[in-house]
Write a new protein. Sequence first.
Length: 222
Amino acid sequence: MNARDAVLASVRRSLGVTGAEAPRRFEVERRIAEAPPGVVPQRGQGDANTRVATFKAEAERAQATVAEVGTLADAPAEVARFLRASNAPATLRMGADPRLAAMPWGGTALDIATGASDGHDVNAVSMALAGIAETGTVALVSGADNPTTLNFLPDNHIVVVEREHVVADYEAAFGRVRAGYGKGGAPRTVNLVTGPSRSADIEQTLLLGAHGPRRLHIVIAG
């Protein structure tokens, strides 16, 4: 008997069960199938405008910067403005997301590269699956459309999130994952990013960019 089996056997003995009882197995299968939500905080709840306002406030509290644009087509101009204001080079790497590809990057002076980062890119842009109002977090799924390397390796990470995809809480964000990918088809990784990378491990001094981007700029489009 391995350690796991020993622990479970001890739990069963304490409960006076064997684990084979039909009602117990039925209840477990029901909960897995229905995936009922747990306690959901009130922060982040509300109509679309309230969710966006909370999302912006929480993201900025986590030291991200946030801008709103009218449509996805307006995002490239905002990305270029942010990079100029940050005194960053006019280069940008992105994945194969069709929404990014359809944007009018030709109207900017940015030099666009595609594919995963090898660690030498200063700037990258990704499309978020969702923005989470509760904590000002962006949810990013891995894959060729938005490679995970773009989330962590460049100094400046820009994330575009559609206004209609700013949800109240984590439960709603994972609901979008399930709805978009279906049972058994989930992405390999869902990255939840709140503000730029930071650490205060050394002498309790806050250092941005410790494990990833020094800047996180969120563009809400819609």
